[in-house]
Design a protein. Structure first.
Length: 170
């Protein structure tokens, strides 16, 4: 699975929280792409998740399509406190389409709103995000907090379940 979205939205922090259970506030920017592996059990099957964390900066976006060719799912992430983190939403979806054309089938993408612990500073409503996800054929919307851990595990379990269903593994 691939995690993508603008820089500074919390992709690496989410992944670190999922992999280690620890919230690391100052993870720094991702240069290019980082790869992680996590073994889990889902639906009674042992699964090895290969998770690709993509840098959000424009100069690295060219990398994403080649990694998406072998992907089974994706997470588009934005920051609920920064409306501007959605400004490139259409560009990200276009890149995903471009990267999955070879598969002749779109990969399931889950939309994730980060920084739920800062909901008092919310700039994007849940309703608006749900509508965006639905209108763009995404497989759902989840809000999370890497700081508190809220919904972090659920995001990966939900996308894993969707990927398993789509590949007739369950």
């Amino acid at each position: 699975m691939c995690i993508f979205g603008d820089g500074g939205v919390g992709k690496t922090t989410l992944l670190n929280r999922y992999l280690t259970g620890i919230f690391k506030e100052d993870s720094g920017i991702t240069i290019g792409v980082d790869f992680h592996l996590k073994k889990i059990e889902s639906e009674g099957k042992k699964i090895s998740l290969q998770i690709w964390d993509f840098a959000g900066e424009d100069r690295f976006r060219f990398l994403l399509p080649s990694y998406l060719m072998g992907a089974s799912g994706g997470i588009f992430m934005f920051d609920i406190t920064r409306y501007s983190s959605l400004k490139n939403f259409d560009d990200w979806l276009r890149i995903v389409d471009q990267g999955t054309l070879a598969n002749e089938e779109h990969i399931p993408v889950l939309m994730v709103g980060s920084k739920l612990d800062l909901s008092h500073m919310r700039a994007v409503s849940s309703e608006e995000a749900i509508e965006m996800a639905k209108n763009n054929g995404l497989y759902g919307y989840v809000e999370c907090s890497s700081k508190t851990g809220q919904n972090v595990e659920n995001i990966f379990l939900e996308l894993t379940h969707i990927m398993m269903e789509k590949n007739d593994l369950i």
